[in-house]
Design a protein around this ligand. Structure first.
Ligand SMILES: O=C(O)CCC(=O)C(=O)O
Ligand SMILES: [Fe+2]
Length: 376
């Protein structure tokens, strides 16, 4: 374990695009986040014809983005019916027998299903107590895509393999499309917040590295719940997201915790109808640290299952990295990425992340043993 304990705080190691970083974290139970920490922003103004209304939302996003980088968005325009259908499909999918889920097993193309006890997002913590399904971007899921792109090097997802759930493909695709469109619209507002032309990000996210994930967190095993404090069995280890922004829907269970600037874990409670928007590492890099990509983790302390559906939005792979002029502080570390391709940075970020995958055929790691073999 690299998590060194000292007094009432411990040092938490987090991987970043610049190598490992350490946070001093207070021990003890998490507390509820206050609204000045994770504000609730009514984003209906982003769809307005009126610049002052768009700017008003941009100003609030600027405040939240520079404080903790996490905020709730309400009145975001995604119909409840789309989210409900996606949530139902998510539960139906994870309730399928393993043989069925493994028909779309996670491939080298990093899409599809990855099972229980197979991933460890933060190698200094426990193996993630979760299952995940990941659907990366392809032009067929993009109403803004030009027809010539469809079929150009992107393979379709093998939806037909999930033949027991006829409505899965439709509901998950619809969820993907609605988040993609909202992410693009929000990025226009974020451009305003950064004093950039409103269309600054438009071309950079025309063919984005983006993905929708379905996360399933089983109830905490009883023996772990008893010894909870000691074992700290997490659904998802402490991490920061890689991309520009993440749009997260969580069910009503609770379990998401976010690290405050003072090193306290804050509970981001579920708010019906909202999504949580957070800034990722790529956004933090291109804003020279102005927007915070904050550390978060998931701990499902319930005796029932929890699901969440994040959408990760990034630049197109071939887009060049430019530090936003209004943010530039000439930080050497960030400047070294200037001019590289977005895909180079993501590769470097992923290599540094030390995410561990437990190979097929290996025994799932027991609660008492966090030691895993390196990725194969
Ligand atoms: O489940 C959640 O609330 C957060 C999920 C998350 O942080 C992620 O998938 O990166
Ligand atoms: Fe995350």
């Amino acid at each position: 374990m690299d998590t060194k304990k000292a007094g009432e705080t411990y040092l938490l190691e987090i991987s970043s695009g610049f190598g490992p970083v350490y946070h001093s974290v207070k021990k003890g139970p998490p507390r509820d986040a206050r609204t000045d920490e994770i504000p609730i922003i009514d984003v209906s103004g982003i769809f307005s014809q009126n610049l002052s209304q768009r700017q008003a939302v941009a100003n609030q996003i600027y405040q939240a983005g520079t404080r903790m980088g996490f905020f709730y968005i309400i009145n975001h325009g995604i119909p409840e019916s789309i989210t409900e259908a996606a949530a139902k499909s998510t539960l139906d999918f994870f309730h399928l027998p393993s043989e069925e889920k493994n028909k779309v097993h996670f491939s080298h193309e990093i899409e599809g299903y990855i099972g229980y006890n197979r991933e460890q997002l933060n190698y200094t913590e426990s193996v993630d107590l979760k299952e995940r399904f990941r659907l990366p971007y392809r032009p067929s899921l993009d109403p803004m895509s030009t027809p010539s792109l469809i079929g150009s090097g992107y393979k379709e997802f093998p939806w037909e393999k999930i033949d027991q759930l006829p409505s899965f493909a439709g509901s998950i695709s619809e969820c993907f499309i609605s988040r993609l469109q909202l992410a693009r619209q929000l990025l226009r507002t974020i451009a305003l917040a950064l004093e950039l032309p409103e269309d600054y990000f438009d071309l950079k996210v025309a063919q984005p590295m983006a993905a929708l994930a379905l996360n399933y967190f089983p109830p905490l095993p009883t023996e772990t719940a008893k010894d909870n404090e000691k074992l700290e069995r997490l659904g998802l280890g402490s991490h920061t997201d890689f991309g520009l922004i993440t749009l997260l829907w969580q069910d009503d269970s609770g379990g998401l915790q976010i690290l405050s600037p003072d090193g306290e874990w804050l509970k981001a409670k579920p708010i019906p109808g909202s999504l949580i928007c957070n800034m990722g590492d790529f956004m933090s890099m291109i804003t020279d640290g102005k927007f915070i990509s904050d550390v978060h983790k998931v701990k499902n302390e319930n005796s029932r299952e929890r699901i969440s559906i994040p959408f990760f939005m990034g630049y197109g792979a071939k887009e060049k990295i430019e530090i936003v002029e209004s943010c530039r502080k000439n930080t050497k570390e960030r400047d070294k990425f200037q001019g590289l391709l977005a895909s180079d940075w993501i590769e470097q970020r992923m290599n540094g992340a030390k995410v561990r995958r437990v190979g097929e055929g290996e025994m799932p790691v027991s609660d008492k043993d966090n030691t895993l073999a390196e990725d194969s």
